[in-house]
Design a binder for this molecule. Structure first.
Ligand code: NAD
Length: 337
């Protein structure tokens, strides 16, 4: 074990992190994974049962806003890389309670950057010579770019225009990451990804909500006219893109990761109802009858869509999972959860 490199994963008990950790342990055997997660309402260790007791895995319950704890973790485990997933992640919660989004997403990201920098950098301001091969990968969202009309795509050059407290807090975090590269030479990379779906996603999000309400015989709530468009990516495709960037990406750069799978929210509801009609048919009727339009989300962005050509051109990466098969896996997981 003494030649293992230690990577710090923050937010590893959440949706994406808990899909990342088992995949990473399985495919990168020269790494120890240290998972720091506060276990807010969104974190669930049940998502990580498959790696409990794994010899190269350690879990620490704690807050990325706790600087002393971060310093201890970096020193104790000799952390030589970070992939930072931890965040408050639900837009609706950010509308009701924005403060914790600013704290965790902006202040927490700053704390991690600053501890990483002070731990890794021997001499500030001479980073090209002194850089010692440690990387800080910040996981972000396409929502920082604001909203699109019916055409066009977000590229890495699209100006930031966040509209919700969630996306504003992620945009703020991205900017602080950027500054740690430009000012201090920290080896940072940022990935901005579109809407993920897959196993372990929290019940509050769109697909889990549709499935849960459908099978409970309740109304399936769809915001506004249901025509808001999101680009959906299977969580494992996102993870594979993150790993390309973590291991092969250029220091200081930003990469957009998308699924090339644009659907209106109402289309997602239709697809899920059709799938449920097949997997778990109702005695009478159709799940579609439960769909109900509800008062639109405040400031609801119309459309997000990602141009992933930088990922394709640099790493030959593309999202591979078809929406049909990814959705089936997700719905089956939700039905058994
Ligand atoms: P999630 O809400 O499922 O998980 C977040 C995790 O972070 C939870 O386990 C939670 O306990 C932990 N956490 C929250 N505050 C913390 C704190 N102060 N200290 C330590 N841990 C804390 O989120 P997710 O969907 O897995 O998203 C992970 C990351 O990916 C986030 O940064 C999010 O902005 C980004 N992202 C998500 C999506 C998506 O569609 N889910 C898309 C693009 C980017």
């Amino acid at each position: 074990g003494q030649n293992l490199k230690s990577i710090l994963i923050t937010g590893g008990a959440g949706f994406i992190g808990s899909n990342f950790i088992p995949y990473f342990l399985e495919n990168y055997k020269e790494y120890r994974v240290v998972n720091l997660d506060l276990l807010t309402y969104a974190g669930n260790l049940k998502n990580l049962e498959s790696v409990e007791g794994h010899p190269r895995y350690s879990f620490i319950q704690g807050d990325i806003c706790d600087r002393k704890l971060l310093e201890k973790i970096f020193a104790h485990y000799n952390i030589s890389g970070v992939i930072h997933f931890a965040a408050e992640s639900h837009v609706d919660n950010s509308i009701a309670n924005p403060g914790v989004f600013i704290k965790t997403n902006v202040q927490g990201t700053f704390n991690l950057l600053d501890v990483a920098y002070k731990t890794w950098m021997i001499k500030p301001f001479h980073y090209k010579e002194e850089y010692i091969g440690s990387r800080f990968h910040h996981i972000s969202t396409d929502e920082v770019y604001g909203s699109l009309g019916d055409t066009g795509y977000f590229t890495e050059e699209t100006p930031y225009a966040p509209n919700s407290p969630y996306s504003a807090s992620k945009a703020g975090a991205d900017m602080v990451v950027r500054s740690y590269f430009h000012t201090y030479g920290l080896d940072t990379v940022i990935t901005n990804c579109s809407n993920n779906y897959g196993p372990n996603q929290h019940a509050e999000k769109l697909i889990p909500t549709i499935v849960r309400n459908a099978v409970a015989g309740e109304k399936i709530p769809i915001y506004g006219n249901g025509k808001n468009v999101r680009d959906w990516i299977y969580v494992l495709d996102h993870i594979k893109g993150v790993l390309k960037v973590y291991f092969e990406g250029t220091t200081g750069e930003v990469y957009n990761i998308g699924g090339d799978n644009e659907f209106q929210n109402i289309e997602i509801a239709y697809k899920i109802c059709k799938l449920l009609n097949e997997i778990q048919p109702l005695d009478r009727g159709d799940y579609l009858n439960q769909i109900t339009y509800v008062q639109d989300r405040a400031g609801h962005d119309h459309r997000y869509a990602i141009d992933s050509s930088k990922m394709r051109n640099n790493f030959n990466w593309r999202a591979e999972e078809s929406f049909e098969s990814g959705l089936r896996t997700t719905v089956e997981w939700l039905l058994n959860a």
